[in-house]
Design a protein around this ligand. Structure first.
Ligand code: SF4
Length: 422
């Protein structure tokens, strides 16, 4: 049993409340269990409890065994001086405040309903893909839906932490932050960091001066990426190299190290060189990109912003100087969907929140509702449990549930877990 289970029991008062008494047989009446504290200090603040006819207001601390009070050194910590009740599963030692007075103790052993304890223990010991796998289908659909709605917001808020930080770094320049946000997405999981670093060392104001010359934008992108260093056989990279030498010198640019880019385990179509060529093509036509996204009235219009094709050289190359079979390197629908889910929707959500505007937030939700379910192992897992998300809104919420709750066994904080534990 984990201490969080005692917190859960106390919060929900799901234990036998009849004839409560301390281990010294003083009667207890819980008037208010207190506010749950997930930071340091006692577990519940400002509880109101009548103990032996005296009304006490203060904090409640919980442990599985009462001796943990000493193990955690609370007897010397003034933060625990105003604890009015020690709630434990079992008392193995009497416990005293820093001033030497004994703290009334309530034990929950024998007061927890058997079925509740049994279900909790099953969740704790389960080795299934998700701990509640056997009972998942029994949770009411309405609870699942409401919980997924909340998780989607939680996921968007998590993603916007990075945006908020970036905005601060670039002096609240929304277009710059949007550009950096999308750059990260172009890197997918493997090359997120170098793409982010690239966007930080290649500001929009420089790119803006060269948008009318697509090859110069491509030279700036590949040059700053540190990929224009070698001697090339092909004329195209040699041209980019000459352009970058000139522009890099003009703007005093320092390139990244080429080793930062990871090719390992990627299909050629996902090589960073291909992504950089696509990113460069996007940058050529992305003037006022955020404004365009905010104006877009439909998913189709939104997708159009990202319909780009890299320069001709990339039609039969995945890397410089190596000819490949001709294949379109245009941004495909699946990749555009990834950009919209991971880059655009969180940004719209944050923009609306910061500006106090409803429309961008509604755009973010509509975008996710209209985009297809992602294909990945987490979603496959949910599908195998009979959970069939119908759009990216639901699949994003399910990813949040699996990665942030199920994997961490946070069933007691999960609405589905609470429904199952009933
Ligand atoms: S966190 Fe929720 S959905 Fe996940 S296993 Fe626990 S109860 Fe089930």
């Amino acid at each position: 049993m984990r201490e969080s289970f005692l917190h859960y029991l106390w919060r929900t008062r799901r234990f036998d409340l009849r004839e409560l008494q301390t281990t010294l047989q003083q009667p207890i009446q819980i008037l208010y269990p207190g506010e749950y504290n997930t930071d340091s200090g006692p577990d519940f603040f400002n509880a109101r409890i009548n103990i032996d006819g005296t009304l006490w207001a203060g904090n409640v601390e919980m442990h599985i065994m009462s001796s943990e009070w000493m193990a955690h050194n609370h007897q010397h910590d003034p933060a625990y001086g105003s604890v009015i009740l020690h709630v434990v599963f079992q008392e193995d030692l009497p416990v005293f405040r820093p001033d030497g007075s004994r703290i009334p103790c309530l034990t929950l052993k024998g007061r927890i309903p058997e079925t509740l304890l049994g279900t909790y223990e099953q969740l704790e010991s389960s080795s299934s893909w998700i701990p509640c796998e056997a009972a998942f289908s029994t949770a009411p659909e309405i609870i699942k839906q409401q919980w997924l709605d909340r998780l989607l917001i939680e996921r968007l808020e998590e993603k916007t932490k990075w945006i908020s930080h970036t905005l601060q770094q670039c002096g609240n320049h929304w277009e710059e932050a949007f550009y950096q946000s999308l750059a990260r997405c172009f890197g997918l999981k493997i090359n997120t960091e170098p793409f982010e670093a690239l966007s930080r060392c290649l500001p929009l104001r420089i790119l803006a001066r060269h948008r009318h010359q697509a090859h110069q934008v491509e030279a700036l992108v590949f040059g700053q990426a540190g990929l224009l260093e070698p001697n090339f056989k092909d004329e195209w990279p040699a041209l980019l190299q000459r352009e970058y030498r000139h522009l890099g010198h003009k703007y005093g640019l320092a390139p990244l190290k080429s080793e930062q880019w990871k090719f390992f385990r990627l299909r050629p179509s996902g090589f960073p060189t291909v992504r950089l060529a696509q990113f460069a093509a996007y940058l050529v036509q992305s003037e006022h990109a955020l404004a365009k996204v905010l104006e877009a009235g439909s998913l189709y219009e939104m997708k159009q912003i990202f319909q780009v094709t890299p320069s001709e050289y990339w039609q039969n190359h995945y890397q410089f100087d190596i000819v490949s079979a001709p294949l379109s390197k245009s941004l495909n629908t699946a990749f555009i969907d990834i950009l919209l889910v991971n880059g655009v929707a969180p940004f719209l959500f944050h923009y609306g929140k910061q500006k106090g505007l409803d429309r961008p937030q509604q755009q973010a939700f509509a975008l996710l509702e209209n985009l297809k379910v992602e294909k990945n192992k987490v979603i496959d897992g949910w599908k195998s449990l009979g959970c069939q998300p119908s759009n990216a809104y639901q699949s994003q919420a399910l990813i949040q549930l699996k990665t942030r709750y199920c994997n961490a066994r946070r069933c007691l904080e999960c609405a589905i877990g609470n429904a199952i534990l009933k």
